[in-house]
Design a protein around this ligand. Structure first.
Ligand code: BG6
Ligand code: MG
Length: 231
């Protein structure tokens, strides 16, 4: 589609790939991450608020611990033990996950995008991403999964999105990232991707499109929302 406005051509980009963050986008495991850190914080007598949990969204386990510690020193051995404890709590919570735990609109959007020939991937900082996708029953819908094992530099570095887009043979200008985390939006923008920001932890100024959740999002609404201005 091409529209002309006062000498400027307005086109919609050719989108070949959708890259989904997992926790907080496909399913509400962002809440489980929060509850698992909160349990550890309570056991160790460390204050921990919702806004700190929002700042943790998208961050690696190690970077999340840094946010929790707020400059408190911690021996490496203890840090490792705490991360293990948090993960054990998180893994117990994952036992509740079923295909019904997909967030509203997700299955419909994935199916619609696949039918439209769009390649689909997950790009998540989590080392538990495969397990979560398996429990949700959606692993076969994705052509690639980038997770907490795929790259060295975590979000907000663009590496994970670039690595995952590479698996789909898509360049960033042909790919849309769906993210609920500030670190994730920054990572996607740094990589040159189109970004759909989701929920209250990200602001609409940074993402190209902002939605409360995916319930009303369609392939057409996304592509129409992304316009390229060129002379
Ligand atoms: C991200 C979450 O997807 O994965 C973060 O938003 C989490 O909250 C990170 O810290 C790492 O997850 P995991 O499962 O490897 O501890
Ligand atoms: Mg997320």
């Amino acid at each position: 589609m091409r529209m002309t406005m006062r000498g400027t051509a307005m086109t919609h980009p050719h989108i070949r790939a959708f890259l989904f963050d997992l926790d907080g986008v496909i399913t509400d495991t962002a809440e489980y991450h929060y509850l698992a850190w909160k349990k550890l914080a309570a056991e160790e007598g460390i204050p921990f608020s919702r806004s700190e949990a929002d700042a943790m969204r998208g961050l690696s386990r190690r970077d999340s611990l840094r946010v929790l510690l707020k400059n408190r020193p911690l021996a490496e051995e203890t840090a490792q033990a705490w991360m293990l404890r948090k993960n054990d709590t998180y893994l117990q919570m994952l036992e509740q996950l079923t295909p019904d735990s997909l967030l509203p609109g997700v299955r419909r959007l994935l199916t619609e995008a696949r039918d439209a020939g769009i390649h689909l991937a997950v790009a998540s900082a989590s080392r538990n991403a495969h397990l979560v996708l398996d429990r949700l029953g959606v692993l076969p819908l994705f052509d690639a999964v980038g997770d907490g094992h795929s790259v060295v530099n975590p979000k907000p570095a663009p590496d994970l999105f670039l690595w995952t887009a590479g698996r789909l043979n898509a360049n960033p200008r042909q790919a849309v990232v769906f993210e609920d985390a500030r670190a994730g939006v920054d990572a996607a923008l740094a990589g040159g991707f189109w970004v759909v920001g989701i929920g209250t932890a990200v602001t609409s100024e940074r993402a190209h499109i902002h939605v409360a959740d995916l319930s009303d999002v369609t392939v057409t609404s996304i592509v129409r929302g992304l316009t390229v201005l060129s002379d």
